[in-house]
Ligand binder design. Sequence first.
Ligand SMILES: Cc1cc2nc3c(=O)[nH]c(=O)nc-3n(C[C@H](O)[C@H](O)[C@H](O)COP(=O)(O)OP(=O)(O)OC[C@H]3O[C@@H](n4cnc5c(N)ncnc54)[C@H](O)[C@@H]3O)c2cc1C
Length: 306
Amino acid sequence: MVDSLRTHSATRVPFSVEFNPPRDAAGEARLWRTVREFERMHPAFVSMTYGAGGSTKDRTARITGQLAQHTTVLPVAHLTAVGHSIAELRALIGSYADCGIRNVLVLRGDPPGDPLGEWTRHPDGVEYADELVRIVRDLGDFHVGVASFPQGHHRSPDLATDTARLAAKLRAGADYSITQMFFDVEHYLRLRDRLVAHDPIEGAKPIIPELMPITSMRTVQRAVELSGRELPPAVLERLRKAAGDGPEEDRAAVRAAGIEIATEMAQRLIDEGAPCLHFITLNFAKATSEVLTNLGYAVTAAPLSA
Ligand SMILES: Cc1cc2nc3c(=O)[nH]c(=O)nc-3n(C[C@H](O)[C@H](O)[C@H](O)COP(=O)(O)OP(=O)(O)OC[C@H]3O[C@@H](n4cnc5c(N)ncnc54)[C@H](O)[C@@H]3O)c2cc1C
């Protein structure tokens, strides 16, 4: 994956996209349309999440395998430790390799049900993501990514400890990290500075910022709630203003403000030397494509899914 970042033109910062395993046949048909739309835009990679509590194990593996075998995109499969024994995790990693997946984003995962609830280790599983990084590394020549948290992980006691744990995860064999989504670029820049100051070697590894172009108040509020963080007041204010005072939210205005915010953040990240821009897509191409167009990327003129 990191190599694929290097092959892109120095004048254009690569971008990548995140998909979720679809819930049903209609969702799957839409996902494949979206994949084809993005394929024409040449993302550096596409990642496929792993449902909370390991709930989408089979779908994540099947669809990521199909991406590897039947498309020209480079797939990254998310893999979470939650609810799995080490034997199950090894079998799953083997099945990833069997269908041509070479890139894995290694995560601990959140407890099923309430993501912010009590974490319980599987009796034969792992406690932290760094252990799973070592297991994946031992099983093959995988490129491994891990999660990083611009405002610190919600279970970390402080930012210094959070930084030390991220460095340990990278040292365990990860090649790069992808951040939790954020809405204040300063948080990303401070994470990067903290990591370099803590460990210059691990700090040199790419930290890929994750962006969510906001298309509705409800979607962003839910996503932010699940992350255990809050929207910065300035962003919230801008969205509320766009939503208006009427009984119905002005959805078009909220969406326009969301695209504008994502564009401004992406431009700042490019100016600050981010190695890649990773977009949460919710399996739609249009919002990400609008942000890329605003940034001057050449994107397809074909009609895009909402
Ligand atoms: C880019 C990205 C993609 C994600 N994709 C998914 C997904 O597909 N599916 C999903 O279910 N979840 C996903 N998540 C959420 C993620 O699983 C949760 O945020 C989870 O709570 C933390 O995972 P982690 O891999 O960072 O855990 P860890 O690195 O294990 O950290 C978890 C907590 O333990 C602490 N810790 C780490 N090591 C130690 C140690 N040795 N001693 C004491 N404490 C320690 C850390 O400080 C942290 O507070 C994603 C998150 C990100 C940022």
